[in-house]
Write a protein that binds this ligand. Structure first.
Ligand code: NAD
Ligand code: UGA
Length: 468
């Protein structure tokens, strides 16, 4: 018989810890869930009416159980002591220095969270790796926990990677394709896994809750992200061929996707993928392959990231060459700064790379995004530590409070994020055309615009994956 979990603690109140544990609390009213973070401002925001992340449906879920069985706190020790099961959902960014810099995951936050659990715990715990980590990290966590545990205390370690996508996090959590739980194949390991299965069974069918060994579970997370990103790089590579030949990438994608072996999802050509995880997790896989002395495997996956960089650069080159090979002093309106629609997250957003390239061409850039905070945009476009940079930046870059304000007096409009409000049905492109310099160019990096209609207004339109 396995243990019934009554109290859960989650270390890390970020994009994953917050929504995931809020849904767990909403669907398990008899389980007490406490989400803790070292960042007091973030916790204060979770306890306010203005949640720290924008995610459709999140407000309702949090409001339905906050103060009942869902709590946000900075009291990490208390939450650890009380919990039977602890999610570790802290950040695992790419290392910026030292061995593996630029590729390997920085496991410093995972390790310090693990040490903290060992130091504070006064009874047995199930420790769940929720963060995305390299294969065999659970082994290191066990080693640290066992070496630092108080006498007689037992820890079980599970891997339970998260597959939610931002912008659809609540829908993904409520109705996931699968939940994956990895454990040691021992009696204690299987019993710990069964305890976590019970939590998810609060709203998910048993057959969708998959259990595997620890290492398969850890590797599956990296594999799934690598395969998803690979599809985008594949269609983006084809978009370059389309532009040069007269094929239309949306048509190619649609026709390929009808083959049930290929399927239609994740085949939308774009200016490039962004987000905090695809690039980081692929580089992590590249590093893992290299450490295992598998250079061919490493090179294979690395190409997915290189193709993505190429796609961003190619798009900027197209803008430059269409605008008569000079952007100096021209105004470019950037519509959308988030890495995808329905999120305010800008981590690794292609818009950041684009703005940097455009700035180097001495263009004046006006940015509009419906959800990204102005301070975030300045942070993304400045190099940390360079103080006079912001003043210099603001001579070239401005932030607009509407799409129209960004487009006023512009030579070109560039759609970087597929927000619904930029679609032809929502934005009055006649009005946009009237207020722009002529010839008026539109570059659609997301394939959301109606090219024919825009051309009939008078625009010169350039779409990813359609011939020039
Ligand atoms: P995040 O940066 O939004 O949140 C991590 C939080 O952990 C931060 O608020 C930080 O202050 C906190 N933290 C760090 N050390 C701590 C400690 N010792 N105790 C308590 N709190 C601590 O990151 P995120 O986007 O939520 O990602 C977390 C993990 O989940 C990463 O490994 C990521 O790869 C993975 N992941 C992310 C997504 C996504 O869509 N963002 C999806 C699946 C998996
Ligand atoms: C992705 C995965 O989809 C999640 O399953 C995973 O849990 C998560 O990474 C993670 O580990 O962090 P996310 O990055 O939030 O989720 O968002 P996606 O919907 O995957 O989009 C990523 C990027 O790819 C965006 O910039 C998006 O615009 C782009 N994209 C997506 C395309 O260019 N074309 C597509 O067809 C799909």
């Amino acid at each position: 018989p396995h243990k019934k979990v009554e109290k859960i603690c989650c270390l890390g109140a970020g994009y994953v810890g917050g929504p995931t544990c809020a849904v767990i609390a909403a669907r398990n009213p008899h389980v007490q869930v406490t989400i803790v973070d070292l960042n007091a401002l973030r916790i204060a925001a979770w306890n306010s009416d203005d949640l720290p992340i924008y995610e459709p449906g999140l407000d309702e879920v949090v409001k339905s159980c906050r103060g009942r069985n869902l709590f946000f706190s900075t009291d990490v020790d208390k939450a650890i002591i009380e919990a039977d099961l602890i999610f570790v959902s802290v950040n695992t960014p790419t290392k910026t220095q030292g061995m593996g810099a630029g590729f390997a995951a920085d496991l410093g936050y995972v390790e310090s969270a693990t040490r903290h659990i060992a130091k504070v715990a006064q009874g047995d715990k199930i420790v769940v790796e929720k963060s995305t980590v390299p294969c065999r990290t659970a082994q290191s966590m066990r080693f640290i926990l066992e070496a630092n545990a108080r006498p007689g205390i037992h820890f079980d370690i599970l891997s339970n990677p998260e597959f939610l996508a931002e912008g659809t996090a609540i829908a993904d959590l409520m109705n996931p394709d699968r939940v994956l739980i990895g454990s040691l194949n021992t009696e204690a390991g299987r019993s710990a896994a069964a305890s976590l299965v019970d939590i998810y069974a609060g709203w998910i069918k048993r057959e969708q809750i998959i259990t595997t060994n620890l290492w398969s579970s850890e590797l599956t997370k990296l594999a799934a992200n690598a395969m998803l990103a690979q599809r985008i790089s594949s269609i983006n590579a084809l978009s370059a061929i389309c532009e040069a030949t007269g094929a239309d990438v949306d048509e190619v994608s649609y026709a390929c996707g009808l083959d049930t072996r290929i399927g239609p999802k994740f085949l939308k050509a774009s200016v490039g993928f962004g987000g905090s995880c695809f690039q980081k997790d692929i580089l992590n896989l590249v590093y893992l392959s290299e450490s295992l002395h598998l250079p061919e495997v490493a090179a294979y996956w690395k190409q997915v990231v290189e193709m993505n960089e190429y796609q961003k650069k190619r798009f900027v080159n197209r803008i430059i060459s269409c605008l008569f090979n000079t952007l100096t002093g021209k105004k470019i309106a950037i519509l959308g700064f988030a890495f995808k629609k329905d999120t305010g997250d800008t981590r690794e957003s292609p818009a950041i790379t684009l703005c940097k390239y455009l700035r180097a061409e001495r263009a004046n850039v006006a940015i509009y995004d419906p959800k990204v905070a102005e301070s975030q945009i300045w942070m993304d476009l400045t190099e940390p530590g360079i103080t006079d940079d912001l003043a210099k930046l603001q001579k070239q870059i401005s932030i607009a409070d509407s799409a129209y304000a960004a487009c006023k007096g512009a030579d070109a409009v560039v759609v970087c994020t597929e927000w619904d409000e930029f679609r032809n049905t929502r934005l009055d492109y006649r009005k946009v055309y009237e207020m722009m310099n002529k010839p008026a160019f539109i570059f659609d990096g997301r394939l959301i615009l109606d090219q024919k209609e825009l051309e009939s207004i008078g625009f010169h339109v350039e779409m990813i994956g359609r011939p020039r």
